[in-house]
Design a protein. Structure first.
Length: 305
């Protein structure tokens, strides 16, 4: 089997913070993604806005990479808000064999060849199970099982249907044909979820419904392909070893609190530099800081040329 080519799809809002995170993500892939980087195209879907005359001039750094910018359809954004930015990615006509959906707040720190080839070989949708069930904010009303039953029945599934797989949206990988199947009903699934409950994680629930509806084969990966180092999870990983940290392929620095904060530390290269000078970090944050330093150094050097 030939080495697969890859499209990486990233949803963002048109802010300095998001543009900067994309810069660091793509540069990290260039540095640490190996040969796969040379067969990868990055498609950035931008919500809430349209390109203007200053766009290309403002984002001159993007000329160093295989990046294509796309904007969310206005009617979809008006209907689904920023959720449309994440879901529109599933409706594209892909050029590559494989499609990887990534959040912007991620850093590539290892080779992805094995997992991409595994997904192609098995023809499976691959993701990491979410850390919590999607209805955790609504458990005073009903149990998670009852919420799932309500959503599934509203979406037309049988009462006997089992709870579908539920993945974190940050890292989703599949052959392009499977992503297109999901995209064929993804906004319908979203509408069915909205009719029952409005929760921040409803995009993930919509993907679950599409997997179930199209009877898509799926597989799970462990945390090394989506290491969510958000504040509430730092304690969970307090016993993680140096060897395990070195083996992480994708860091996901989501979360508004804690030692790593994307809205504070990734506004621009200067704020990244400030984070890199911080002391007294825990062992997880120190390892992230170490990996980020190499990426930052290259970005700064390119900016000086």
């Amino acid at each position: 089997m030939n080495k697969p080519c890859l499209e990486v799809h990233i949803p963002i809002s048109p802010t300095d913070n998001f543009f900067n995170m994309v810069h660091y993500l793509v540069e990290s892939f260039r540095q640490l993604g190996g040969e796969l980087y040379n067969q990868t195209k990055f498609v950035i879907t931008v919500g809430e806005g349209v390109p203007n005359k200053k766009f290309n001039k403002y984002l001159t750094w993007a000329n160093d990479y295989r990046i294509e910018w796309r904007w969310v359809e206005k009617n979809l954004f008006a209907k689904f808000n920023y959720f449309a930015t994440a879901l529109q990615r599933f409706r594209y006509s892909y050029e590559a064999d494989m499609v990887l959906m990534l959040d912007a707040d991620m850093l590539i720190t290892g080779l992805l060849d094995n997992i991409v080839e595994r997904s192609q070989r098995t023809q499976c949708f691959i993701g990491k199970p979410a850390e919590n069930h999607p209805f955790w904010r609504k458990t005073r009303e009903f149990s998670p099982e009852i919420w799932w039953m309500k959503v599934l029945q509203n979406a037309g599934f049988s009462e006997k249907e089992s709870i579908p797989p539920y993945f974190n949206l940050g890292f989703l990988l599949a052959p392009s044909s499977i992503m297109r199947k999901i995209g064929s009903t993804i906004f319908y699934e979203m509408e069915k979820v909205n009719e029952v409950v409005e929760i921040p994680t409803r995009c993930q629930v919509a993907v679950s419904l599409a997997i179930l509806r199209h009877q898509i084969n799926y597989d799970e990966v462990n945390l090394k392909y989506n290491f969510l180092c958000a504040h509430p999870l730092q304690k969970k990983y307090k016993n993680i070893t140096k060897s395990e940290l070195r083996d992480i392929k994708v860091w996901h620095y989501a979360g508004p609190k804690g030692q790593i904060q994307k809205q504070r530390d990734f506004i621009n290269p200067k704020t990244v530099e400030k984070f890199l000078r911080k002391k007294n970090l825990n062992h997880v944050s120190r390892h992230f800081q170490k990996r980020l330093r190499f990426v930052h150094r290259e970005i700064v050097q390119k900016g000086l040329k």
